[in-house]
Design a binder for this molecule. Sequence first.
Ligand SMILES: Cc1ncc(COP(=O)(O)O)c(C=O)c1O
Length: 410
Amino acid sequence: MSVPQRGSVAGTAPWWARPDLHYREGRLHFAGHDVAALAGESDGPLFLYSLARVEANLDRVIAALAETGCASTVYYAMKANRFAPLLERLSGSGKCGVDICSPGELDQALACGFAPGQISFTGTGVTPRDLERLLVHPELTINCDTMGMIRRIGERTPGREIGIRVNPGRGTGYGDAEKLTYAGGRTTKFGIYCEQWGEALALARQYGLTIASLHFHVGCGYLTDQLETWNLAVAEAFRFLDEAPQVRTVNVGGGLGLPHRPGDSPLDLERWAAILRRHFAGRDLRIAVEPGDYIAKDAGMLVLPVTDVERKRDTRFVFVGGGFNLHPEPAFYDLPCEPAPCLLRGDGAASAERVTVAGNINEALDIWAADTLLPPVEEGDFIAFLNAGGYGSAMSSNHCMRGTFTERAL
Ligand SMILES: Cc1ncc(COP(=O)(O)O)c(C=O)c1O
């Protein structure tokens, strides 16, 4: 994938502009609101989420699944964003279930209106205490990630239906990045590999467990360029079905990506659905999919105040009042995070300068964007960090005791 310069080109709309996110008279507007005005009303870091965008993203996935001709279920992966109003909007829509990975997420899903039968659990490092909390709900789908988990469920609830997460040994992620690939050449902690499949089936049989679903999630952020590899991963995963005739649902995981850089095109959902149609054709199987980022990420932004703009040696720094701890994913996974000034000064993009945008955490990696083109900003302005709706607040920490923020649904 090419990595073009970041920042917008003079005289054109920024690459990320869309009807609900754009500059109007030099001011950034999101979901019909003036972002700087909202930030001015708030004290400290502010996450803004467009619930309409969340639902529109979900609708796009549902429409693509309809093209497969198969029965399907979307489970929103709430690890991406568990803000209650967002979850309530989704549960209230009645259009999706929810994917969870911990008992805490189970409590939040139930509190936000999802019924146990609409919830699918896939997690690792599941303790006996975790299992006790999950197994209270017989309607919950539980996908086992280890042999031990199959055995522990068998011991506690023999005869139950379970799912098994498999690792097809192939995967992909944004820009083919290894860090974002959960199943591939490198052995990962996720899922049961084909070498242990026979043993897993025998263990399930021993306890009378019915393997009702097969699950795989092979990476995060894949775009159209990665679809061919994703197709191969799906094909590998389907080989597990040969010996598991009881399976009624195949959960193909999440990982559907969205553009992060100017050269990225949106994921071609038609091609994605065509891959599913091909694999599921002629089989009496329900498709389940559990996207997180695709639903939440571009529906949110993090807005931070500019504290200082000054040169240090050869670098012009823009400091902001919030650090990577509020939205750690870009630093952890080397993902870009687009800074957009909330107010365009001067000629806007035409007078963009090369700057490094730095946060307020005492860590050398606390850099939002290095050597990027940014329209001029001044102390007291606000910068919106785009695509912060997924794995932002949900992954945030209180490092340096700077973990406080406000979240607002628009
Ligand atoms: C099992 C599982 N399902 C779904 C997701 C959601 O992934 P994404 O947000 O990339 O769609 C993840 C993310 O790590 C995951 O581990």
